[in-house]
Design a protein around this ligand. Sequence first.
Ligand SMILES: O=C(CO)[C@H](O)[C@H](O)COP(=O)(O)O
Length: 242
Amino acid sequence: MTELSPTDAAKDAAARAAVALVQDGMRLGLGTGSTAVFMVHRLAARIRAEGLRLRCAATSRATCELAGRLGIAIEELDEIGWLDLTLDGADEIDPDLNLIKGGGGAHLREKITAAASDRMVVVADPAKVVEVLGAFHLPVEVTPFGVETTRIHIQRLLDAMGMTQRPMLLRQRDGAIFRTDEGNLILDLSLDRIADPAALGRGLNAIPGVVEHGLFLGMCHLALIGSPDGSVIELTRPEVSA
Ligand SMILES: O=C(CO)[C@H](O)[C@H](O)COP(=O)(O)O
């Protein structure tokens, strides 16, 4: 087996700790991204070794395909109805466990899945832990129809909130405009510092054409931060017990 880079070793350590929370019979949401890939591999290994009986929903086509290749049966979220636990990655995690997600463009399905779960546990490497959200771009999923007017609405909102931002980029991947699993587009906002994430989230949700933004506020119950040496730190919200 090839040796993991320090960052990947940290992601794998977090993934291992998250998968240790899984119990037989659980209904699970499986996140998206490179850390989630480690998590899905670890989960598949536990299912093989222990014969766990789980019901799993995936937050993206990519995760659905990976899980299928590893022998994890995936059902539609609506077939399962409600989940006990969702395990997912994040792009930024603040001290209140508010998150920026959507680096992989899956934050709409990820948010629907996390909101349909009793608990959301985030797996990440230490680089994701920040004091204030915003250094990572904020992904906003928008409908293709009216994308330019939606962009104007977002700019006006940011101006009204006194938030500066560099050009709002329409996300590209492999030289083409990126489409989400729902067929929508993503505008990536470069904000540097989000002083009031709740107000920004409310403002974005009020814009016609905005489908969902990547701020996950008050949704994460526990963050597992792996280290390259294999150790894991648990971060909890002050009002939430692990
Ligand atoms: O929100 C996500 C995808 O939409 C990912 O969870 C997030 O981008 C973190 O990804 P990675 O584990 O690759 O750093």
